[in-house]
Design a protein around this ligand. Structure first.
Ligand SMILES: Nc1ncnc2c1ncn2[C@@H]1O[C@H](COP(=O)(O)OP(=O)(O)OP(=O)(O)O)[C@@H](O)[C@H]1O
Ligand SMILES: [Mg+2]
Length: 282
């Protein structure tokens, strides 16, 4: 994680070290019922190492945005720049964790083999692969399940395998699209704490899409609220909570309540078709 990006001198949006820059991003799908303008015009930068959450109403284009970031979809206009390079296909420095862990793991491969696969594709030497896989499985608490098959594990454990696979790859940017939507509440809380502690330990820039306002505030250093389609950034909120978070204490603090109110209001504004916040925050 050493590559540096150079800020563009004189650019109004130049920041010291933006690892991701999204500029004027627009995505129109062609469908048999005519064009669908999923993303209207999105612009934002992500500083290296930040944990940013993205929320917005259903159909706002969150998944479309992540797919454009991951180079899985080409934008209709605008661009995504990762570490100074325009994204025009899946970039090496990114890993993605999707909601559907059941479909993202290969059922005929063991946990270990699933986690190892991207490292093989990256042509990581075998001894290093073994070490990185073991380390990643230990980090997600599955050191002893390497020889199991995904279908022998619970949903939460399968999602931990997907997270281990992403971190073993040592991405510079980790994209997550509603990764905990399909697990029960207690597992979800555990996975939230796991992802935050991995982020704190590894320093990987993380973009996390969720429809859960409380989850966004609990996890993020920043929450981007997207408008309804055709999508723009409706609000960009700094989460100024202490770095050490705890499920009960953090969520019951007054600052947490104020932040979640602002995010909620943003989503209500989005649903009402607004493109800027209706009220200035306290
Ligand atoms: N392949 C496609 N072809 C045509 N339209 C699409 C396609 N994929 C998504 N869309 C449309 O683009 C818009 C944005 O979809 P997207 O899945 O990005 O939203 P989302 O914010 O992720 O929604 P959700 O919160 O439900 O996951 C929606 O109107 C959707 O119907
Ligand atoms: Mg989605």
């Amino acid at each position: 994680m050493t590559a540096d990006t150079t800020a563009v001198i004189g650019s109004p949006r130049s920041t010291v070290d933006s690892i991701v820059r999204v500029t004027g991003l627009k995505k129109v799908y062609e469908s048999n019922r005519g064009p669908v303008e999923a993303i209207g015009d999105i612009t934002f930068d992500v500083p290296r190492g930040q944990f940013a959450c993205i929320v917005g109403p259903s159909g706002a284009g969150k998944t479309t945005l992540l797919k454009c970031l991951a180079g899985l979809l080409s934008p209709t206009a605008g661009e995504v720049v990762l570490e100074g390079e325009r994204v025009d296909g899946p970039p090496r420095g990114m890993a993605v964790v999707f909601q559907e862990y059941g479909r993202s793991l290969f059922p005929w491969k063991t946990v270990q083999q699933n986690v190892e696969l991207p490292l093989r594709l990256k042509k990581t030497p075998r001894d290093q692969r073994e070490h990185k896989v073991a380390e990643a499985l230990t980090a997600v608490g599955l050191a002893d399940r390497g020889h199991a098959f995904p279908w022998q594990l619970s949903g939460g454990m399968q999602q931990r395998v997907a997270i281990a696979r992403a971190i073993a790859y040592e991405p510079h940017v980790l994209l997550m699209d509603e990764p905990f939507a399909a697990v029960d509440a207690q597992t979800r809380a555990d996975l939230e704490d796991l992802v935050r502690s991995l982020w704190q330990d590894l320093g990987v820039t993380t973009l996390f899409v969720t429809h859960d306002v409380d989850e966004a505030v609990y996890l993020g250093e920043r929450v981007l609220v997207l408008s309804a389609s055709p999508t723009c950034v409706l609000d960009d909120i700094t989460v100024d909570l202490p770095a050490d978070r705890e499920q009960v204490d953090t969520r019951s603090s007054a600052r947490f309540a104020a932040l979640r109110t602002r995010v909620h209001r943003g989503i209500q504004d989005a649903k009402a078709g607004r493109r800027t916040p209706s009220e200035q925050p306290a």
